[in-house]
Ligand binder design. Structure first.
Ligand code: CTP
Length: 410
C-alpha cells in the first residue's frame, strides 16, 4: 500500500508561475490515495483558478481565514494534517514562514501544524540566490522543514537558470519520504553515489561500454537527497546532470573507469556513505587511437588492459565509520559470487542482483536484489521499482551505520 494512502495532506499553493504544476502534484497525491485539502494564497489565485483544484482534490479549495461557514480553518487544517506541502513556495512565503508571520490562511496553517512540512521553492535565479532567501531556506531546513528543489531549467520569461520548481514526481516522492518519517535520516551526512556504465574509447567515435542505464544509481542519489544528505552523484549519464541538480548536491559527469576513479576517490574522502552503483569496465583498450579507425586499414586488433578496481581501492582506504556499498551484477550463483565480492573488496554491503532474471537490473525500471552485509546479514528485496530498491539500500546503510557507531562507542 502507498505510504500516502489515507493520509491527510494540505497542499498549499503560492503565487508563482509554477502554480499550474501544483495541479499535477494534487492529482498524483490523490492517485496515491491521499486526502488532499488545497489552500491557495491570493497570489496563487492570480495564476490558477480554484475550479481546477475543486475538481481534482478531495475537498474544495480554501483561500481565506475568514469564512463564516468554516471558522478557524487554519487550526482544523493544521491540526488534522499528516503532511503539509507548499508547492510552489515564493520568496515571500519562505520569509513569512521563517519569521512566524501568520499572513493568511496558508501561513496560519503552517503555524498551526505539527505535521511534517515539505516546501518546494520556485523563483528566478537571482531571487533564489539572494542571501536573505538562502538564509531563510537554511533556517527552515535547520528547523526540520523538508526542502525539495529548486532545480535548474527554463524559468518564466524564457531564462534558463536555477530556480525551477522540482518536478511533481519528485515532490510527491519526497512527500512519501516525509510521511514515512525518513526525511531527516541523513541530515548532516555526505553520500557519494556512482551511476551508469563507463565507456572505454577505442577511437574518437567508438567505445567499449555495457548495458547499465544508470537508473538504479540515479534513484539512490534521489533517495539519499530526499532523506537530507548532501549527495555527490558521479555518473556517466549526461542527462543526470539536468535531472539531478537539487539543492545542495553535486553532480559530475565522467566517461571512463579512470575518470570515474579520480572523481570517486576525491569525493569519497570524508564521505559517510559511498555507493558504487556504476557498472565499471574491468578492461579498457590499451591507448585509444587518436584518429577514427578506417575499414580500409583492415580488422583492427584491440588489446585490452585491466582497469583499477575503484571499490576495492576504497575498501583498502576506508575511514572508520564510513559505509561502503557495492553492487554485484551476476548471472549465476548470485549469493556465493556476491559474498565473495563483498569480502574481496572490503565493502560493508553488497547489493546483489541476478541480471539475467526478467525485469531485473540493466535498463529496467524494476530490480530485485539481495542485500548482503559484511556482518552476515541478508535481506531479499523482491521485484520492486528502483526507487523502492533505493529506499531499502539506504535503510540497510543506516542500520549498518547505527550498528557500527554503537560498536565504536561501547
Ligand atoms: N567496480 C569498481 N571498479 C571496477 C569494477 C567494478 O569499483 N573496475 C565495482 C562496481 O561498481 C560494483 C562492484 O565493483 O559495485 C562489483 O562489480 P561487478 O562488475 O559485479 O564485479 P567485478 O569485480 O567486475 O567482477 P566480475 O565482473 O568478474 O563479476
Amino acid at each position: 500500500m502507498s505510504a500516502l494512502a489515507d493520509r491527510r495532506v494540505v497542499l498549499g499553493v503560492t503565487g508563482g508561475i509554477a502554480a499550474y504544476k501544483a495541479v499535477e502534484i494534487c492529482r498524483r497525491l490523490v492517485d496515491a490515495g491521499a486526502h488532499v485539502a488545497p489552500v491557495l494564497t491570493a497570489g496563487a489565485q492570480r495564476f490558477i483558478g480554484s475550479a481546477t483544484f475543486d475538481a481534482l482534490a478531495s475537498e474544495p479549495v480554501q483561500t481565506s481565514l475568514w469564512d463564516e461557514d468554516n471558522p478557524i480553518p487554519h487550526t482544523r487544517l493544521g491540526q488534522g494534517a499528516d503532511l503539509v506541502i507548499v508547492a510552489p513556495a515564493t520568496a515571500r512565503l519562505l520569509a513569512d514562514y521563517r519569521m512566524g508571520r501568520s499572513a493568511g490562511l496558508l501561513t496560519a496553517t503552517l503555524m498551526a501544524t505539527e505535521a511534517p512540512v515539505v516546501v518546494a521553492p520556485a523563483m528566478h535565479t537571482e531571487m533564489w540566490g539572494q542571501p536573505a532567501v538562502q538564509d531563510n531556506v537554511d533556517t527552515l531546513a535547520a528547523r526540520g522543514v523538508v526542502m525539495v528543489g529548486p532545480e535548474p531549467g527554463r524559468l518564466a520569461g524564457g531564462d534558463i537558470g536555477f530556480g525551477r520548481l522540482a518536478s511533481p514526481e519528485r515532490i510527491v516522492d519526497v512527500a512519501r519520504t516525509a510521511v514515512l518519517g525518513q526525511a531527516h535520516d541523513l541530515v548532516g551526512t555526505r553520500v557519494v553515489v556512482s551511476a551508469g556504465g563507463t565507456r572505454e574509447p577505442i577511437d574518437p567515435v567508438r567505445f567499449i561500454g555495457n548495458r547499465s542505464s544508470g537508473k538504479q544509481g540515479f534513484e539512490l542519489a534521489v533517495e539519499a537527497h530526499a532523506r537530507g544528505a548532501h549527495v555527490t552523484l558521479i555518473t556517466t549519464v549526461a542527462e543526470h546532470a539536468d535531472r539531478f541538480a537539487p539543492w545542495r548536491s553535486t553532480v559530475e559527469v565522467v566517461a571512463t573507469a579512470a575518470e570515474m576513479k579520480v572523481a570517486v576517490d576525491a569525493a569519497a574522502v570524508g564521505a559517510d556513505i559511498v555507493i558504487m552503483a556504476a557498472a565499471v569496465a574491468d578492461f579498457a583498450p590499451t591507448g585509444s587511437a587518436s584518429e577514427k579507425l578506417k575499414k580500409r586499414d583492415g580488422l583492427p586488433e584491440i588489446s585490452l588492459e585491466p582497469t583499477n578496481d575503484i571499490l576495492a581501492g576504497l575498501g583498502e582506504r576506508k575511514a572508520p565509520g564510513q559505509i561502503l556499498i557495492g553492487f554485484a551484477a551476476e548471472t549465476q550463483d548470485l549469493v556465493d559470487n556476491a559474498s565473495a565480492k563483498l569480502a574481496k573488496k572490503g565493502a560493508d554491503l553488497i547489493i546483489a542482483n541476478d541480471v539475467s532474471a526478467p525485469r531485473v537490473g540493466f535498463g529496467h525500471d524494476t530490480n530485485a536484489v539481495t542485500i548482503l552485509g559484511a556482518d552476515g546479514s541478508k535481506h531479499d528485496i523482491p521485484l520492486s521499482d528502483k526507487r523502492e530498491i533505493a529506499r531499502a539500500v539506504v535503510n540497510s546503510a543506516l542500520e549498518m551505520r547505527t550498528r557500527t557507531t554503537n560498536k565504536e562507542t561501547t
